[in-house]
Write a protein that binds this ligand. Structure first.
Ligand code: PA5
Length: 444
């Protein structure tokens, strides 16, 4: 992975970026030494170097049981309990078949919304199919996931029988507390623990991400190896000039200080759409607090050049772009020649589609920089487990550093409780009587 900040440097005083060097180094040191704000949630930092082969084998063995007994596996989870797995599966999988080898189960995602139509249609799809469930919830009490799991558990038991359901339902949750733990223990499900010191959005390299990824047939050992190499490349001993996390954290904070309040993560590969979604949660929940924080937005190009392109080129100059550029694609396909050339495209005949895409990428970078949009570029070799593992750890570490530089606690998310309190009050959840009375009085 290579980071290029040169096309952003022209928008800030070079001294302003260098002024961040000691601040970033201090943040990295505090993370490594566990002395920073939110230091009870630093378990993700050394996951790649601490995960053992035996543990990965245990996850692969559980994935094999699901694979042998299921044609579909539903991952029930929301936020950090699903976005990482989905991002990796979409980045690595076949766009139309979802998965590489056809003998792996189709992975479906649910528990990430409260849509009656979504759930009813999911149930229709699953009826008559051999399916299993991975129920993921750190708290074990998240409403979206809990409602979904209640429905899926019943369906699985009704369709496949209690004994098979016990075999193909897996829980990933807290070691001791929460309804998901209680149910898993009572029903005898295979379960994995989400460590106390790893927050949801930093949990993709725990069983939360690793089990669904293994289940879909991808190499979790290569994924972890990529993350481990990035862990080594971003330690506190690595000099600023060689440390991509330090440079990214410094650059985005320098841009924020000159009024670039919105960061747009850009890809030119639709397979990275959910990497955008995962990144938005990681940075949004980590930095958006105390009335501060870069707003994380995302686009898929060239698709969104035909929708958001105008705004980015010409709208308010409060944005910067971070582009994930993939050097090598996994397939070979050229534009065919056509004798009649009715569409006038013969000037492209014989050219790889990716060459056209790369010119779209370069043309866009030049246009947007000319239009006043600072550009940061992250280049990865290709979409495989190793490179995605690197990218994941890079963004996690840079997020921790960047949040500390912004002087917020990057590892809590107090703001997400407010909607839940209101929803429970409106639904008359036991224990919310006073809130219920208050909110109903406001609405009367
Ligand atoms: O990052 C987070 O902490 C959140 O997005 C959670 O992952 C999300 O709210 C789901 O929580 P839980 O795993 O407890 O069901």
């Amino acid at each position: 992975m290579k980071l290029d900040i040169t096309k952003a440097l022209q928008f800030v005083d070079a001294n302003a970026v260098h002024a961040f060097e000691p601040v970033v180094a201090k943040a990295n040191k505090a993370l490594e030494e566990g002395t920073c704000r939110g230091n009870d949630f630093l378990g993700w930092m050394h996951l790649p170097s601490q995960i053992t082969e035996e543990f990965l084998d245990e996850i692969n063995a559980c994935a094999a049981v699901l694979r042998d007994n299921c044609e579909a596996v539903v991952v029930a989870g929301i936020g950090g309990s699903y976005l990482g797995a989905r991002a990796v599966l979409e980045a690595l999988g076949d766009t139309f078949g979802w998965l590489k080898p056809s003998d792996y189960p189709r992975i479906l995602f649910a528990g990430n919304n409260i849509s009656e139509d979504y759930l009813a249609e999911l149930i229709d799809y699953l009826k008559g199919k051999k399916f299993g469930v991975i129920n993921i919830s750190k708290s074990g009490t998240t409403t979206e996931t809990a409602i979904t799991f209640r429905l899926l558990k019943k369906l699985c038991e009704d369709e496949r029988g209690k004994e098979m359901a016990q075999k193909v339902i897996v829980a990933i949750t807290d070691a001791k507390k929460g309804a998901a733990r209680t149910t898993a223990d009572k029903e005898g499900y295979k379960s994995f623990i989400i460590p106390d010191n790893v927050g949801g959005r930093f949990s993709v390299l725990t069983p939360v991400g690793l089990l669904p990824i293994a289940c879909a047939g991808f190499d979790i050992k290569a994924l972890v190896k990529g993350a481990k190499d990035m862990e080594d490349a971003t330690g506190q001993d690595i000099a600023f000039a060689d440390n991509p996390c330090s440079q990214y954290a410094a650059m985005r904070n320098a841009l924020y200080n000159v009024g670039k309040k919105i960061e747009i993560l850009v890809n030119f590969q639709p397979k990275l759409h959910f990497m955008n979604e995962w990144w938005k949660q990681l940075y949004g929940e980590s930095e958006g607090k105390d009335k501060k924080g870069i707003f994380p937005a995302a686009v898929d190009f060239s698709t969104d050049l035909h929708s958001m392109g105008q705004w980015i080129q010409d709208g308010e100059r409060t944005i910067f772009e971070t582009v994930i550029s993939v050097d090598n694609v996994n397939h070979t396909l050229a534009v065919p020649s056509d004798e009649e050339n009715l569409d006038g495209l013969n000037f492209l005949a014989g050219k790889r589609i990716d060459e056209v895409n790369k010119m779209a990428e370069l043309g866009t970078q030049i246009a947007h920089v000319d239009g006043g949009v600072p550009n940061i570029r992250i280049c990865i070799d290709k979409l495989d487990e190793y490179n995605i593992g690197q990218l994941i750890y890079f963004f996690e570490k840079a997020c921790g550093v960047s949040g500390l530089v912004l002087n917020v606690n990057p590892f809590n998310q107090p703001g997400v409780e407010d909607y839940k309190r209101n929803m429970f009050a409106l639904l008359d959840k036991p224990g919310y009587e006073a809130e219920s009375k208050a909110i109903k009085a406001r609405l009367a």
